[in-house]
Design a protein around this ligand. Structure first.
Ligand SMILES: *Cc1c(COP(=O)(O)O)cnc(C)c1O
Length: 395
């Protein structure tokens, strides 16, 4: 047998972490890596946050799982907190980002079909978007590399260029149910939607009674310096998917909606065995305790600005490697002039610095939100050494 016990769907690298220490990961052989990938925008509080560990330990010892057949004081408390802090009136808990987007898609369709408008099932989505790996969420993206081998796709998605409002207008028709968009494309290369584009989508949705759905799975939970990125764009969605940072490393997500948008999500229409289990609720409560306050969010913005200003200055030293810096808060990307993957590997293997490559020739920088000046200094030491020793052709 040549297949590995772990289904070989990932190009796994030689780094094999067995422990975490604040903003560092420790490999099987004891090597320490500075973690500016944070599990791809998941480990907001780093790897050994006492509040998060304590909350999970205590809840694990009290009650881990009960069915959604029963009342959920833990779920009610977390949902209330999210409702208080966002545009939303109601929350469905999931175990992942793709499931949160899946629920968002169902909520948008049900909004129309509940009112008898069965022809309105199509969501306009955006090129190079990433919404997850389930059948519905790959169907919501135009990326053929995710489709290959899994056809046919789910019907009901139309792809338009990101940030192209005229393209959206041209794509609208009798089947349009709404728009599904990442306020900042993450996997697509840290591409920030313009305010005019997002406001234009909001206006179109209002004018035609359509659902504006934000995928904030990567941008959400303080990553961009506000609890959700939409707060910086001057609009609110009708429906929003959130996950990644929401559990700080504990797998969970949520679909948030206004009362109006959720009118089709009535008893019996949706469900999840694990979604909203007490352990996930406790983990997320601890994350929100740490991040959902003005002081923490102001810190994220200040650190984001410091990191960005230093990055902008730094890339000027290597005009042959780097193009520009973009992003929001601590969701930053460096657009490169060479393939970012080779440089990411070089930083990882030769300088023990973890970053993530993304689309559009971009290197993603997604540190834990709890980094301090020491970690930022260490980042620039490693990045400088990495850039100085990088020979793209030899990589
Ligand atoms: C990661 C991600 C998802 C999918 O989340 P999973 O937890 O991997 O299912 C969906 N949308 C966006 C924007 C993401 O970054």
């Amino acid at each position: 047998m040549s297949i590995t016990p772990l289904m070989p769907v990932y190009p796994r690298c030689g780094v094999r972490p067995v422990a975490g220490d604040h903003c560092h990961l420790i490999d099987e052989d004891g090597t320490r890596y500075l973690d500016f990938a944070a599990g791809i925008a998941v480990n907001l509080l780093g790897h050994s946050h006492q509040g998060l560990i304590g909350a999970i330990q205590q809840q694990a010892a009290t009650l881990m799982h009960v069915s959604n057949l029963y009342g959920s004081p833990q779920g009610e408390a977390l949902a209330q907190r999210l409702v208080d802090k966002t545009f939303a009136d109601t929350v469905f808990f999931t175990n992942s980002g793709a499931e949160a987007v899946e629920c968002a898609i169902k909520t948008a369709r049900a909004y129309h079909q509940h009112a008898g408008n069965d022809e309105k099932y199509e969501l306009i989505t955006f090129k190079n978007a990433f919404h997850g790996r389930t059948m519905a969420t790959i169907s919501a993206s135009n990326q053929e590399k995710m489709h290959k081998g899994f056809l046919p796709l789910l019907a009901g998605f139309k792809y338009v260029d990101f940030d192209d409002l005229e393209g959206v207008k041209a794509a609208m028709g009798p089947h349009t149910a709404g728009f599904l968009v990442e306020p900042v494309q993450g996997e697509g290369g840290i591409r920030v939607a313009s305010e005019a584009f997002i406001k234009g989508l909001r206006a179109l949705a209002d004018e035609h009674d359509l659902m504006l759905v934000f995928d904030e799975v990567q941008t959400g939970v303080a990553r961009t310096g506000t609890l959700y990125a939409y707060e910086q764009l001057g609009v609110t969605p009708d429906i929003m998917a959130t996950a990644k940072g929401l559990g700080g490393g504990f797998p969970m997500g949520a679909c948030l909606a206004t009362e109006k948008a959720a009118r089709g999500m009535v008893v019996g229409t949706h469900g999840s065995t694990y979604g909203g289990n007490p352990l996930a609720m406790a983990a997320s409560m601890a994350v929100l305790d740490a991040v959902a306050n003005d002081d923490f969010l102001a810190e994220v913005r200040a650190k984001g600005e410091r990191l960005r200003a230093r990055l902008e200055q730094f890339i000027g030293n290597y005009p042959e490697l780097f193009n520009s810096v973009r992003g929001l808060g601590l969701m930053l990307g460096v657009k490169m002039k060479v393939e970012p993957r080779g440089f990411m590997v070089h930083l990882r293997d030769n300088h023990q610095l973890l970053t993530v490559a993304a689309g559009d020739q971009t290197l993603r920088i997604l540190p834990p939100l709890v980094i301090g000046d020491a970690e930022i200094d260490e980042f620039f030491e490693k990045l400088s050494a990495g850039a100085a020793s990088y020979a793209p052709d030899a990589a």
